[in-house]
Design a binder for this molecule. Sequence first.
Ligand code: KG4
Ligand code: ZN
Length: 336
Amino acid sequence: MYVLGIETSCDETAASVVLDGKNVLSSVVASQDNLHVKWGGVIPEIASRAHVQAVVPVVAEAFQQAGISRDQIDSVAVSARPGLLGSLLIGVTFAKGISFALGKPLTGVNHIEAHVFAANLESDITYPAVSFAVSGGHTALFYSESLMDHRLIGSTIDDAAGEAFDKVASILGLGYPGGPVIDRTARAGDRKAFQFPRSLIREDSYRFSFSGIKTAVLYHCQGHTRGKDQRRDISTEEKADIAASFQEAVVDVLVAKAVKAVKDTGAESLVIGGGVACNSRLRERLSAECPCTVHLPSICYCIDNGAMIAGLGYYRLQAGIKDSLELEADPTPVRM
Ligand code: KG4
Ligand code: ZN
C-alpha cells in the first residue's frame, strides 16, 4: 500500500511516499529556518503562510522522487495534532483535498505518536517499549504496548527540552534553531565548567521541568548587569563551556528519567524521537546507560518529516482507522 504522508505541524513542510509502512520511497522536507532565524523562534503567522507556498511543490517533489504518479497512491495520512493550529490547518486541508479529489482514504495522525513511531522505519522494535518524544514542543514519556498503543506516563510541566535549547542558543547569540548549534558548540567546551540545575531529577516521577535552567543560563550570562537586560561580554571559550554544561544538565535529566522508566516498567526497548533525539550527547549517553535495546532513528527521521506520518498512517489504515472530511486540526498539547 502506497501512503502519502503530509507534515506541516510546525515550521517544516514535509511530504513522503512510504510503501507498506516501512519502505520510504521519498521524503522531502522544506525547512523554514531562514524565515524564523531573525526572530529567534517560530512566528506562527509566518509559518502558516510559508506552508501555503511550499505544500504543493513539496508534495509534487515527493511523488517525483518516489517515481509514482499521484493516482497510484492508496491513501493519505496527515499530521493533524498537536502543533500550531494555523500550520496544522494547511496540511489537514490540503490532505482532505487530495483525498477527496483522488477518492482515497484519509487518516489523521498524532504528530507525537509519529515521532516515536519513526524508529520503526529502520528497525524491528520489540514491544513493550518506553517511547520518548523529545522535540521543540514536547517532552513526553510513554509506555507502549505496540507501535500504536501508547500510555502517557510523564511529560514536562513547563517548557519542552527543545525550547530550552532554542532559548539558550538565543541568549548566547548563537542563532536559531538552537539545538544543532548548541550541540556543535558544546564539543569544544567543558561539561563540568558550570553547574546548571537538573530540575526534578531526583523526584520519583517522570515529570520534567526546563524553565529553571533557561533562567539559570540567562542569569549566568547577565552576571553583575542582571536586571538591566544586558549581557556581559562572553568569550568564545566560555560560550562553549556554557553550551557544554547546559547540554550536560539537560541530558542528565533526560537520561535519568528514560532509564528510570525502562527499569520501572521492565520494557524491552527504548525508542526515542523528535528533534532533540538528534543530540549527539543524548544519543551517546542513552546508548551507554540504558539497560535495554535503544532505538535511535537517523537524523532525517528525528526532525519533522513526512515518512513518519505515512508510516504510522499505514498501520492506522490497516487497523481500519480512517477519518472523514470532517477531520479537524487540533493544537492541544500532550500533557499529564
Ligand atoms: O521534532 P522537531 O523537528 O519539531 C517539533 O516537533 O518541535 O524538533 C525541533 C527541536 C528544536 O527545538 C531544535 O532546537 C531541536 O529540536 N534540535 C536539537 C538538535 N537538533 C534539533 N536539540 C538538541 N540537539 C540537537 N542536535
Ligand atoms: Zn516534531
